[in-house]
Design a protein. Sequence first.
Length: 181
Amino acid sequence: MSKQVSDRIVEAFIAFTNASWMQTVVEGRAAEPKTDHSTEVIAGFAVAVDKGRMDADSANTYASQVRGIYMVPTSTFLDMVGQTGGAINATMRLVAAWKRENGLAGKGGRKTGQGKGKTTAPKNDDAEAAAPTVPNDDRSWLAAIIDMRSKVNGRKDWPSDRIAAFQDTAARLIALLKSVK
């Protein structure tokens, strides 16, 4: 039955009609209060992404929500849903507060010097920066040539005979590198 519950939860997240997924999670937790479906549900999200039924960003967001929901004991979670009337955002705020109170919440934010913006990005001195190194092993070369060969079709500014010649040359280089192993 556990697999059926997790499959229903995944389908509810994919459908995402109003609060249907929250209701499905509530029903699943009520039916099997001691079972943690989070691993199966998150695996279901990965399958849905692979099949093109869900985008990866949504799957990551939903996975985070599911992990948080299953950290909270079932009775506490059901009380939270009762307090909020099943409202998704309100329930998730209560889940986050419960996690903070119980020391289960992450620190949040980026580490110092790891920021995306200009204000927190570490300063690089061009004079001290090391020159980029070119990998000098067959495996790296093989990966680079295979990558170039696969992308050459995207060159719209090249005539087709040049693209064919590049692919032929790359195929020969690939065969040469594979024979060296």
